[in-house]
Design a protein around this ligand. Structure first.
Ligand code: ZN
Length: 174
């Protein structure tokens, strides 16, 4: 048996920043808290009907999109420092040469001894084996190239916004 109320609670709402940039997705309970505490307001698109939550004493209209009335973190975000934790997170805890998730270290694609810098576009996750196999060689000398071209992590808001509009486009084409 499906409980319609429970199904509504499993829905999610897209949160927009004050500047109308989609920033994240929250569950409906969190959205209700933001609306009730007036930290957010409904943001209506023509295609968003939202949900109606009924209890014996109250009827609550929850839109599919809400907009924050308070400043979000989009202005305070900075590119994280190039360290083990952040690089592993970016590379999803996988060696960029063989895909292993064990004994992970950091590798400089262009070795530091050859002038490579400790920057986002030159540091990748590598397992100990690949790291020692590559050693001080250049990628073409070792025949080892990272699976994806390393770059600085994207601003989470921008990443979310891109995905949001992509999904939206996909839905409207259906
Ligand atoms: Zn490896």
């Amino acid at each position: 048996m499906t409980n319609p109320f429970r199904q509504v609670l499993e829905q999610s709402v897209v949160v927009f920043s004050q500047n109308y940039l989609p920033v994240c997705r929250v569950n409906i309970k969190r959205a209700i808290v933001l609306l009730v505490t007036e930290k957010a307001e409904p943001l209506d698109f023509t295609d968003s009907s939202g949900w109606q939550i009924r209890s014996p004493s109250i009827v609550l209209q929850v839109p599919k999109h809400i907009r924050l009335k308070i400043a979000s973190s989009e202005r305070t975000w900075k590119i994280p420092p190039v360290n083990r934790r952040e690089v592993l997170r970016r590379d999803r805890h996988a060696c960029q040469y063989c895909g292993s998730s064990k004994h992970l270290t950091l590798d400089h694609v262009i070795p530091r001894s050859r002038g490579g810098q400790h920057k986002w576009d030159n540091v990748v996750t590598a397992c100990e084996r690949c790291n020692s196999k590559k050693g001080d060689k250049m990628p073409h000398e070792a025949g080892m190239h990272p699976r994806t071209k390393p770059k600085a992590p994207m601003h989470p808001t921008i990443a979310f916004a891109e995905q949001f509009w992509m999904d939206k486009q996909a839905t409207s084409l259906e």
